[in-house]
Design a protein around this ligand. Structure first.
Ligand code: PLP
Length: 433
């Protein structure tokens, strides 16, 4: 091969086929349209009947006792944090590499965020960086199954249980992912997730909380679901018989002052999406596994998938990433590698993932509650803020991972072209340095 083989230097592009609907998501059919129109035509947008059906079906699929709909993933995380007892002067622990909503609601509750590092291979919370962060006021650990990869839950749960700290799973990327045969979102005390249109489980703008802990469920209802405390329901028995006496006291007005009702055009679409989701993610897994199998053994690049554990999967493979290892390509910078792959016709090959949250000003200087000082230290008994240089793996995120195509269909000839693009660039690495 000569240097001109690389599209970056004028060679032929690896990807020539029209992708068609290869990347289209969510998949919306007449069935979604009919369900949404039925709610629209009868003016049922602000009710809870469709949402309660969706909740019951979602809980059934996840294998939890309860599910509770939200207008967004962010609000479901806020509800989960409050339900776990996070309040003034408390702390939560959260991986630095995640979307801001995994952490930011804690500050609105008057709590501080102690960010921890991630693992280079899973891109999820590193259990080895966890225990020393637990203090007297640590109430919850937010575990993110990042980019659909299950976090290593066994050691995390063991540490959390030993210290009496609640575990909140953020499943926004990983609906349907399995960790050693267990569904992500069913292992901690409670899980919360986004169902917005860009996510793997997509039904508009919505979120979902799931738990098998009745007290957490009742607290989440009391916090932001007015009219559901004490209101009869055909689908969620605890609505009829809230057992927590403290919560009964406040029936009818949400304790948090939040309105956490899901829009029923979203829950109607969610019910239809759920019917097809298990089959659709099987196809996505087949496609992405096909892609990665073709790159097996290539220097510089490896799959972000949980082959180290039995019965573990990538769910809907949301935000598909690859692990980049510059040291295997003579130190070729990630930016140069991704530039060359994009030139081959792979627009998805961006550098890195989310921004390391521990370095963001919101968690250092923002005075969210008007206390006259940064919320991160206004109420807590210690300063858990961390600047640059403290979480090395998180801070290297733009060098250790790259985007790969998020296929929605298993089309071998298309997938082969995308795999060939990465292979060609890795095999020509010395021409790029
Ligand atoms: C998208 C996302 C959220 C927030 O969900 P919204 O529905 O956008 O409010 C929370 N956590 C993670 C990890 C996310 O990716």
């Amino acid at each position: 091969m000569s240097a001109s083989d690389l599209a970056l230097f004028g060679g032929p592009k690896s990807v020539t086929l029209d992708p068609g609907d290869l990347f289209t998501w969510p998949i919306v059919t007449a069935e979604d349209e009919e369900a949404v129109l039925a709610v629209l035509r009868r003016g049922g947008m602000s009710g809870t009947d469709v949402t309660k059906q969706f909740e019951a079906e979602f809980a059934g699929w996840m294998g939890t006792e309860f599910a509770l709909g939200y207008p967004s993933g962010t609000e479901s995380l806020r509800g989960a944090m409050w339900a776990c007892g996070v309040g003034l002067g408390d702390e939560i622990i959260c991986p630095s590499i995640t979307y801001w909503a995994s952490a930011a609601p804690a500050q609105q509750l008057g709590a501080a965020v102690n960010f921890c590092d991630i693992q280079r291979d899973t891109l999820c919370l590193d259990p080895a960086d966890l225990e020393h962060r637990i203090g007297r006021r640590t109430k919850a650990i937010v575990v993110v199954h990042y980019a659909a990869h299950p976090a290593d839950m066994d050691p995390i749960l063991e540490i959390a249980r030993r210290h009496g700290v609640k575990v909140i799973e953020d499943v926004s990327h990983a609906q349907g992912s399995l960790y050693k045969g267990r569904m992500c979102g069913t292992m901690g005390d409670v899980a919360a997730m986004s169902l917005m249109s860009g996510k793997s489980f997509a039904c508009g703008e919505a979120g979902m909380l799931v738990t098998s802990d009745r007290d957490i469920y009742e607290r989440a209802i009391a916090y932001g679901h007015y009219e559901r405390t004490g209101a009869p329901s055909n689908y969620n028995p605890p609505d009829q018989q809230i057992t927590n006496a403290d919560l009964k006291l406040y029936s009818g007005i949400p304790i948090g002052g939040f309105k956490h009702r899901m829009h029923q055009l979203s829950s109607a679409m969610g019910r239809v999406q759920l019917r097809h989701y298990p089959a659709r993610i099987v196809e996505i897994q087949r496609a992405l596994n096909r892609f990665w199998d073709q790159l097996d053994g290539l220097p510089g690049l490896r799959a972000h998938r949980p082959t180290q554990w039995p019965d573990s999967t990538m769910g809907g493979w949301y935000f598909a990433r690859g692990l980049y290892r510059a040291e295997e390509l003579g130190g070729l910078p990630c930016a140069r590698f991704t530039e060359a792959v994009r030139a081959e016709g792979v627009g998805a090959c961006g550098q890195g993932a989310n921004y390391p949250l521990h370095t963001h000003n919101v968690f250092h200087t923002a005075d969210v509650l008007g206390a006259g000082k940064p919320t991160a230290l206004a109420f807590t008994e210690r300063d858990v803020r961390q600047g640059p240089g403290t979480l090395p793996v998180a801070e290297s995120i733009r060098e250790i991972c790259i985007g790969v195509p998020w296929f929605k269909h298993d089309v071998p000839e298309q997938i082969a072209q995308y795999a060939a693009a990465y292979r060609k660039v890795a095999e020509h690495a010395d021409e790029l340095r």
